[in-house]
Design a protein around this ligand. Sequence first.
Ligand code: FES
Length: 92
Amino acid sequence: MVRAIANASQQLYFPLMYVCICNAIKEEDLREVARHGVTDPEAAYAVLGKAPQCRVCLDHAEDVICEERARCAGRCPARSLTLPGGGSFATA
Ligand code: FES
């Protein structure tokens, strides 16, 4: 697990780290889609315009998504996300 680091303004950030090598998906990519309500890795990859290939990363991706959803639970308003193809994904 990668720990969040607080900068001088006490804003949290996560060091750049790839979760999925096959698709070049970074941890922050997953955290962003998780904050928009995506709850599982395959849905997150689809939102990012990708699909799992070797699938080695899926357990770690799920951990990242769950961690981010727990971190912002109750604080993050429902939002919509524009997909790479121009579609959208909305959370209730
Ligand atoms: S490392 Fe993610 S699909 Fe292969």
